[in-house]
Write a protein that binds this ligand. Structure first.
Ligand SMILES: [Zn+2]
Ligand SMILES: [Zn+2]
Length: 370
């Protein structure tokens, strides 16, 4: 018996592996627009051989086009140059220019950026929308931040919870960051970096009014690190007035973002709630003949699996109060309203989404029923 079980388990594992590697061939990342804004899919923290990454900048452009991104930034460490013997790199803007050239025939925004790199407490910080990376290469971290501000940069604190720089795996907001925030030299913070989500970084974001960011910080290949494993890269959705570099910059300074990694969505309620609301489309809302039970078909048009819990007084006939609508798929609920109503006030708590540490948003839809 044990033997049979064992071989069955082996079969199951192989089948699972197979189906994963099959079904995850770089599907484009998609999220709906919200009222008044276009939703830009961005990854503003990436590396190439021009710092400690392993690929030429053109590959980053191709990866971004493959996944349907709207904007990327190649944020090379200006100080840390492990490939310097092979790639002397006298001009720290070179990576940006190569990407710009590659992207010129495409609808992909290339944001000029760089990573200001120090040990703690300064840590790592990305300055984007810069005009000249070479001028950021100065001894003093304070001077580097002042120069970034002079260039009109949006600056965000990278992986503040990184255990190599903070052994507890929790961010430490030091006098250095407090001073930068006060001077208007630090504007955002990564709450998601690679696969790591830090609730403590989210708390710092909310308390200091820093823009919530999520990035891949990719050094190898997006395919190998994310897509082959059945994931999408982490992204920052930015709600911009239009798709342009200037609008993206304005929206980042205004804090209009949601950070996402697969089914995890983190953002302020003003943007996270309309995003989830627009991500779920009502395909059908009809009473089953001669009953007070509504057949409600919901379609998730986003790239995130959405996990919900029922918050209505009405209960379900066919489903657990907790249910998932997979990305790009539909889910049918049978809702017991006890008597016929003209409109269903659907109310669900989004369990994979956070507006603050341990706090989920509740989303509402008014659905006409026939
Ligand atoms: Zn870093
Ligand atoms: Zn980095």
């Amino acid at each position: 018996m044990k033997r049979i079980l064992l071989s069955l388990t082996t079969c199951f594992c192989l089948a699972t592996l197979f189906s994963q590697s099959h079904s995850h061939v770089a599907e484009p990342i998609t999220y709906p627009n919200i009222e008044g804004y276009v939703t830009l899919k961005t990854d503003l923290h990436q590396h190439t051989v021009f710092s400690d990454g392993n690929v030429w900048p053109t590959i980053r452009v191709m990866e971004a086009l493959h996944e349907n991104m709207d904007a990327i930034s190649l944020t090379e460490h200006i100080e840390y140059q492990p490939h310097k013997d092979d790639i002397p790199h006298p001009d720290r803007n070179r990576s940006y220019h190569l990407a710009l050239e590659e992207a010129k025939e495409h609808d992909l925004l290339i944001i000029h950026g760089s990573e200001i790199t120090r040990s703690a407490p300064v840590g790592h910080n990305n300055a984007i929308f810069i005009s000249n990376a070479n001028s950021l290469l100065v001894d003093n971290a304070e001077d580097s931040f002042a120069e970034a501000k002079k260039q009109g940069a949006f600056v965000f604190w990278n992986h503040p919870a990184w255990y190599a720089q903070s052994s507890t795996g929790n961010p430490i907001l030091s006098d250095f960051q407090k001073e930068r925030i006060k001077n208007g030299e630090l504007h955002g913070i990564e709450v998601i970096n690679t696969g790591d989500y830090s609730e403590e970084s989210l708390k710092i974001a909310l308390e200091n009014n820093l823009t919530i960011m999520g990035t891949s910080d990719i050094h190898g290949l997006i395919d190998w690190d994310y897509i082959d494993k059945g994931n999408h890269r982490p992204v920052t959705l930015v709600f911009a007035k239009e798709k342009s570099i200037e609008s993206l910059r304005e929206a980042l300074f205004a804090g209009r973002t949601v950070a996402i990694y697969n089914s995890l969505l983190v953002g302020k309620p003003d943007f996270l709630k309309p995003l989830i609301q627009a991500s779920v489309q009502i395909k059908k809302a009809t009473y089953i003949n001669k009953t007070e039970v509504i057949e409600l078909e919901l379609e998730n048009i986003s790239s995130s699996d959405l996990l919900f819990e029922n918050e209505m007084p009405f209960t379900f006939y066919n489903s657990s109060p907790v249910f998932e609508i997979p990305a790009g798929k539909s889910y049918t609920l049978l809702v017991k309203t006890l008597k016929k109503i003209d409109a269903l006030p659907l109310k669900l708590k989004a369990l994979g989404a956070y507006t603050a540490p341990k706090q989920h948003p509740v989303i509402e839809w008014q659905i006409p029923v026939n």
